[in-house]
Ligand binder design. Sequence first.
Ligand SMILES: Cc1cc2nc3c(=O)[nH]c(=O)nc-3n(C[C@H](O)[C@H](O)[C@H](O)COP(=O)(O)O)c2cc1C
Length: 195
Amino acid sequence: MRYSLSEISAIIRDRRTVQPKDFSPRQVAREVIDQVLGNAIWAPTHGMTQPWRFTVYTGAARERLSRFLGEEYKRTTVPERFLQRKYDNHVQRPLQSTVVVALGMARDPQGKIPLHEEQYAVACAVQNMHLTCAAYGLGAFWSTGAVITGEAMVRFLGMGAEDRCLGLFYMGYPAGEWPKGYRRPLPDVVQYVEE
Ligand SMILES: Cc1cc2nc3c(=O)[nH]c(=O)nc-3n(C[C@H](O)[C@H](O)[C@H](O)COP(=O)(O)O)c2cc1C
């Protein structure tokens, strides 16, 4: 064994999604953000394309993001389907979190790696971020959905036409207790094939 299995298992199992509404106002320090992103980029990547591109919103920039998300939800939602709760979530979440990371994925110019594999690589990077957050006692929330992953968002981030946004990653210290998780038991999802 090269590392403490009990420690890594504890972090993996204790990592939790926490919604921005449940974050305390405590600021996430720049050194912590850098450590989270510094671990992100050690994710596996087919062909070493390293497709992740992170845009970090802090301070007043979160207000710009909040405005964009609200306006984009209005623009892309027909009135019959408009939900005030969803609009409020889009607008409020960037303001409830002291840091929001947009999860960009840059397409390799040669397109040598299929799109879905580049997305897998970014997902691995996000898991690294989530685990690093857990080590710091930070909750995190990977938010997806049409507004956040749409073409307008890619333009908002200043990325190229072939690039994608795979979500927003909100980080924050939980205001209350660290939440409990649950999973189906292992035998429900594993089969050994031996013969
Ligand atoms: C790719 C991906 C996208 C997600 N998007 C959302 C989302 O848009 N809204 C949401 O409430 N949770 C989202 N989640 C978080 C899940 O709800 C959460 O992981 C799940 O409830 C399990 O909780 P845990 O992360 O604390 O174990 C997303 C998770 C993943 C992996």
